[in-house]
Ligand binder design. Structure first.
Ligand code: FES
Ligand code: FES
Length: 167
């Protein structure tokens, strides 16, 4: 049995070493908020955080993620859907069909953690997720709304894990 730390809990799974992290999250751990879109690292619908960094889980072999690395999926971003990015998304009605949105939110949360007040160029450079419904303008507006308040701590953008640490 191999182990991953996901959303603050150590989870056991069995998979071939080259199995993409996405499939372990979805099919073995039941975390189906993370979506499969392209499978080739292009669309971003499979985005999760590994130690706070946005990762496209469709191309990340599960054997390359250590038990000590903290994986966060959309289900673990906040206990109540109250992460500032989620609140901005709701306030601005960003989603349309919603399929890409978990990945968008995870990418935006990672962006704001590293760049608390992103410019349009920062957003363009780091938000490379694809949305078939064309929500890009609202995604940009919601990122800017979430950024109000300055650094990640004052904006509440740090993710608090079950062990008390933050990323
Ligand atoms: S499913 Fe991973 S980037 Fe598209
Ligand atoms: S909201 Fe439909 S694909 Fe993005």
């Amino acid at each position: 049995m191999a182990r991953l730390t996901v959303n603050g809990k150590v989870r056991e799974f069995e998979a071939e070493p080259d199995t993409p992290l996405l499939w372990v999250l979805r099919e073995q751990l039941g975390l189906t908020g993370t979506k499969y879109g392209c499978g080739v690292a292009q669309c971003g619908s499979c985005t999760v955080h590994v130690d706070g960094v946005a990762v496209r889980s469709c191309v990340r072999p599960v054997s390359t993620v250590g038990e000590a690395e903290k994986i966060v999926t959309i289900e673990g971003l906040s206990p109540t859907g109250s992460h500032p990015v989620q609140k901005a998304w709701a306030a601005l009605d960003v989603p349309q069909c919603g399929y890409c949105q978990a990945g968008m939110i995870m990418a935006a949360a990672s962006l704001l953690r590293s760049t608390p007040n992103p410019t349009d160029a920062d957003i363009d450079a780091q938000m490379t997720n694809i949305c078939r419904c064309g929500t890009y303008n609202r995604v940009r507006a919601a990122i800017k709304a979430a950024a109000k308040g300055g650094d990640t701590k004052s904006a509440g953008l740090a993710i608090r894990h079950a062990d008390g640490s933050t990323t």
